[in-house]
Write a protein that binds this ligand. Structure first.
Ligand SMILES: O=C(O)CCC(=O)C(=O)O
Ligand SMILES: [Fe+2]
Length: 324
């Protein structure tokens, strides 16, 4: 099956200047060693993203690529490669939305030791790290140009004025599973953009400091970004393939914070759920180890109903992406 991206119109930037954003693309991103936790954290706290080198070893990269190959051939429907393309994520390449549901072989990746220390520090300590979502994506060969708009993912209103800003509400980790060379599609961020309501606001306020940073690197590279930070998938030459693993984390627990004009009783609640459809399998949600149960404790109402049903297959089937 030929998969082609459907190009978006550049609504967040300026179409007359660039196909995506405002075309102020810089040369290269700074990369950190994930064991240098303080340096990686400081960079993230200031910029809203950080790139970590060598977060997956060769065996893991081979395993995950073999997982893509195996599931695409044995179970093409879960990738939207079957008879019918799936109703969601149709225009932006392939996605396997909920691979954790049926593949316990992926469990060890959910709290990966390479990035764990940096992830914990960003979310306010290891006891505050919660799981949100885990998916695999592929921009296939010769998929063309998607011109994905710069956007932020889910973001909390109070980010615009709370003090202090950190820890962030949701954190996404994208791991490259194929080499992302200059002509491949790549993740691209706008540093220090998480407190703007639109990309244009960031562009106008930052002036000559505004930039779009393309993140390229060998397989095993990990990008951590605050979901409130503007980003996109920057198109490559339209022919090279890119495979990625996307994992979202949330922040757990209550923390003190202040908002201008509010009493000092303001406190930040655990992050709300990221989506209304994402499900956690029984073996993780009901894990015997309390720390693992806490990590998988951010349930949405679909999950609550699934748990109440005794993790019924029929209930799962009735849910969007329940089987994809
Ligand atoms: O795949 C990418 O590089 C970015 C994807 C993204 O931003 C999204 O799906 O929200
Ligand atoms: Fe996004």
């Amino acid at each position: 099956m030929t998969i082609e991206l459907t190009p978006q119109e550049n609504l967040s930037g300026d179409e007359s200047i660039a196909p995506q954003g405002f075309g102020q693309v810089t040369a290269a991103a700074t990369t950190f060693d994930p064991t240098d936790v303080d340096a990686a954290y400081s960079f993230f706290a200031e910029n809203g993203y950080v790139v970590l080198a060598n977060c997956l070893d060769a065996v893991e990269v081979a395993h995950l690529n073999e997982f893509f190959d195996r599931t695409q051939s044995e179970n093409p429907d879960v990738w939207g490669l079957g008879e019918k393309r799936k109703p969601h994520h149709r225009n932006q390449g392939l996605i396997f939305s909920q691979p954790l549901l049926d593949y316990p072989e992926l469990d060890p990746y959910t709290q990966h030791p390479s990035s764990n220390a940096v992830v914990s520090k960003i979310l306010g300590g290891k006891d505050a790290v919660r799981f949100s979502e885990f998916n695999f994506r592929e921009t296939p060969e010769n998929a063309g140009h998607g011109k994905m708009n710069f956007h932020h993912d889910r973001a909390a209103e109070d980010r615009l004025e709370r003090e202090p800003y950190m820890p962030c509400d949701w954190l996404c980790a994208i791991h490259y599973l194929t080499d992302v060379e200059p002509d491949a599609p790549c993740f691209c961020v706008v540093p220090r953009s998480r407190k703007y309501v639109t990309l244009k606001d960031a562009f106008e306020a930052q002036g000559k400091d505004y930039c779009e940073v393309p993140i390229r690197g060998p397989k095993g590279t990990c990008v951590l970004y605050d979901t409130a930070t503007y980003h996109t998938r920057l198109d490559g030459d339209g022919s090279l393939r890119r495979r990625t693993w996307h994992q979202y984390y949330a922040r757990g627990g209550w923390i003190k914070s202040t908002l201008p004009g509010k009493t000092n009783r303001y406190a930040r609640a655990p992050s709300p759920v990221l989506t209304d459809w994402n499900l956690f399998p029984e073996r993780l949600a009901m894990h015997l180890d309390p720390a693992t149960r806490l990590f998988f404790s951010h349930w949405n109402t679909a999950q609550c109903e699934w748990v109440a049903s005794g993790f019924s297959d029929d209930i799962r089937k009735s849910m969007p992406r329940g089987e994809q």
